[in-house]
Design a protein around this ligand. Structure first.
Ligand code: ZN
Length: 61
């Protein structure tokens, strides 16, 4: 286990080995490697956009 500094509020965030670690102070999410994650809602939105773009490209072919 190790701790990182939260990019948002500089609070210490404990990486306990679980897939997502949340800053207890501001709620920012980090993965096991201490990389900051976007909100889950934003993830789904961005992924959906990307998939649509890919399908559009394939239709052009
Ligand atoms: Zn924080």
């Amino acid at each position: 286990m190790k701790t990182i500094k939260c990019e948002v509020c500089n609070e210490e965030v404990l990486l306990d080995g679980s897939f997502t670690c949340t800053c207890h102070n501001c709620g920012a999410n980090y993965n096991t490697f201490g990389q900051r994650l976007a909100n889950t809602s934003q993830w789904g939105y961005e992924t959906g956009e990307l998939i649509t773009d890919i399908y559009n490209d394939q239709e052009d072919w």
